[in-house]
Design a protein around this ligand. Structure first.
Ligand code: 5GP
Ligand code: ZN
Length: 120
């Protein structure tokens, strides 16, 4: 049966709604954190808002708490993964020239020896 009209066109919205699966690290009313399907460092976690926001370009006044929450969650997950001391990289790609491939805002958390090279 063709169910495609019911499916969200956005892969991260599908993960958030449970239509697609991912290894989930955290979820609350504002954000969800899950493992990147093609990790490029030993830790590679994506932190995404529950609400569909295309990119940093689509943030509005009032989203300050959301962005702060995403960064503080990244710090918390980094600590849980044992990355705090040796360091980690946080990255948000915005638009084509930056290489953004999924048009739902996401913060990459990279950790491990390859984190300094991870610029996807
Ligand atoms: P961007 O290049 O937009 O900054 O990052 C998008 C990231 O999403 C990529 O690292 C890619 O591997 C990841 N990704 C794309 N599709 C999926 C998926 O279906 N599940 C998960 N967990 N990650 C995905
Ligand atoms: Zn989405």
């Amino acid at each position: 049966m063709d169910r495609s009209p019911e499916l969200s066109p956005c892969i991260f919205c599908r993960i958030i709604s449970g239509e697609s699966t991912a290894k989930v690290f955290f979820r609350d009313d504002l954000v969800m954190a899950f493992r990147d399907i093609h990790p490029i460092a030993s830790t590679h976690i994506l932190i995404v808002p529950i609400r569909h926001i295309g990119s940093v370009n689509d943030l509005k006044e009032g989203d300050e708490a959301l962005i702060g929450h995403m960064v503080l969650l990244a710090r918390q997950l980094a600590e849980k993964e044992g990355l705090s001391e040796r360091g980690y990289r946080l990255l948000i790609n915005t638009g084509a020239h930056a290489g953004q491939t999924v048009l739902h805002l996401h913060l990459h958390l990279f950790g491990g020896p390859l984190a300094r090279l991870a610029l996807r």
